[in-house]
Design a protein around this ligand. Sequence first.
Ligand SMILES: [Zn+2]
Length: 305
Amino acid sequence: MPANDMMKITDNLLKVYNYAFVEEMPYGFYKPNAAMYAGVRLEKSQYNCPKCKQSFQVNIRNDNDGIIYFSKSRIAQQKEVYQKLDLDFPEDWELMEKPFTYQHIGYCAKCAQEDFLNAAEGGQRINNLCHQLYLQDMLVADKAKKYTTDAVQKWLDTITESSDLTKYDLSNPEIMQELIWIMVLSDTEKVQEALQEYRDNIQPILYEINKLLEKATPAWKAYVARSTSLPESMSDGEYHEYTLAFPADNTKGQDVYYRREVEKSRVEMFISQRRIASIEELLTDVGFQEQWIDMVVAKGTSLKK
Ligand SMILES: [Zn+2]
């Protein structure tokens, strides 16, 4: 059985990718003070594409009585964005009282595709390749999760008599987990294929990034995708729970592209992270899925009827 408390390779890649490309500030633990923060009744985020001028909105989850704390510098930035969009910014007293919509200016996926996602060289090319690499890192773990679950289902489909299940001591969770894990390990062909595909896909990406990095400057500006389903801090400098705006749970994430400063050293850090290289590592990364137990229990119940 894989240990669940180990730092998983995929979790680590996700963290380092966010560090290199998405998050800009460290996390702190404290309550916001009135001198540096302003409470805002944040209800929606609106994404405005500067090219096609289309926009869409995302609802913000209603935590902390609907109040999110903005750093004063972020309020000043938001005023500028409102001005650019030709919108009236609310009075100070209104921020806490009336529903506020946070405005973003970022390229939509369609315009990004037309303008820079096919960039053939330079910093933008490195960013695009790193994003592809990141998606491959996440995809192989998702596939392995699916295929291992399929393996459990395939095993359950072969069981027709309730005695096939009751011969095991399924009231003992450890025995049940061991049993399921053995079934997963005995049917790894699809997982192996996914791993091979992953390795074939990332090899040329890594090769090209490394070549580009040889010529790259210590930092560059280029567009970076950010999903609208991610929480966002309304604080500059340091963020904490009172400044985090969470999109409503039913938000379907869309990538929006922002121009950001990217540091070569962070990109190198992301590239040089350990990546899944063996079937054992991939299975450890997937780990035991709680839903497998539910699947076995449901099967047992259906056979008893
Ligand atoms: Zn657009």
